[in-house]
Design a protein around this ligand. Structure first.
Ligand code: CO
Ligand code: CO
Ligand code: CO
Length: 322
């Protein structure tokens, strides 16, 4: 992607606080001294069979980049690709799932656009607000920080297994619960405490997004493999080789920038590279505030939050997994 983007004209505007050049979660544009808007969009093909659930997951995923910047979603626009040959009430269910998540987020659906396409795709373009001084970028990590992850990993592997009909209803429900859960409560907790950096874990996997944070912040991120929350069913599936193609691309991209210090099992490595659908927030917070933040997360956020590593001054490689 970066090679293509560098041939585009450069846009200069002092009010653009976070733009294309930053590899961050969303664009941030300052309107005045008190207000900045956060702009993001995301859409993808169905991850589960049930259209309503798919709509919920796609919307939670699209809203997540607003939360990753520390913002509050305000308006959302539907992005719809849908084939002529499918019954239109399926689309109705997808849109209802999305709308219910937007409602839960305290935002509104204000419009959208649809095109005919052979494969359905759905997502949102979301506008959010944040105080210009409270933008949480992915490039503010400081040595000494503690890293917190607010959802367990493994959803890419589980989605691959769902498509191949390899897992039971309970496991699907478990994965859906994680993917459809908004990062709203995690965002509110981090903004209450004040943190140095945040990003959400999506297509690049934990290591891919941690790499962006480490490189953006000029630090080394050390992850503690035994402490990383994982949806347990994904471990056996990874052992069986049920791994999405994206995990291999992520591994290739990160390979030269990570040291695995101990003998970390291959299936755990696969999960660290697994592209997540609507994953949790990776938060970098100063050590003295980390306990207070964990307490708030335990009280208010319903997905598993764990301390998974720390930030160090830059060493040989931006990522170390021990
Ligand atoms: Co993101
Ligand atoms: Co995104
Ligand atoms: Co951020």
């Amino acid at each position: 992607m970066a090679q293509v983007l560098c041939h585009l004209p450069k846009f200069n505007d002092d009010n653009l606080l976070v733009g294309l050049d930053k590899s961050d979660d969303a664009a941030v544009y300052k309107i005045n001294e008190d207000t900045a808007v956060i702009l993001t969009m995301d859409f993808f093909t169905p991850v589960v069979d049930d259209p309503y659930t798919y709509g919920q997951i796609a919307a939670a995923n699209s809203l997540s980049d607003i939360y990753a910047m520390g913002g509050k979603p305000v308006t959302a626009m539907n992005i719809v690709c849908f084939p002529n040959c499918l019954p239109v009430d399926i689309l109705g269910k997808i849109l209802r799932g999305g709308a219910d998540k937007v409602l839960e987020a305290g935002a509104i659906v204000a419009g959208g656009h649809s095109v005919e396409d052979n494969e359905p795709k759905y997502g949102l373009s979301v506008m959010g607000l944040v105080h210009p001084n409270k933008v949480v970028t992915n490039s503010g990590s400081k040595p000494g920080d503690i890293l917190i992850l607010t959802k367990p990993l493994g959803t890419g592997i589980l989605n691959t297994a769902i498509k191949a009909d390899l897992i039971d209803k309970e496991t699907i429900e478990k994965a859906v619960e994680v993917m459809a859960y908004l990062n709203k409560d995690a965002c509110e907790a981090m903004q209450k405490i004040g943190v140095n950096s945040c990003t959400d874990i999506t297509g690049f996997g934990l290591l891919g997004h941690a790499l962006e944070m480490a490189e953006g912040s000029n630090v080394t991120i050390e992850l503690w493999s035994d402490y990383i929350p994982i949806i347990t069913e994904s471990i056996d599936l990874a052992k069986m080789g049920i791994i999405p193609g994206g995990a291999y691309r992520n591994a290739e991209h990160v390979e030269n920038k990570v040291i695995f210090k101990n003998d970390i099992k291959q299936e755990i490595k696969d999960i660290l590279f697994d592209p997540q659908t609507s994953g949790g927030l990776l938060i970098s917070v100063s050590e003295d505030k980390s306990e207070e933040l964990m307490k708030l997360l335990r009280e208010n956020n319903k997905t598993d939050s764990s301390i998974i590593g720390r930030v160090k001054t830059m060493t040989d490689k931006p990522l170390e997994v021990i």
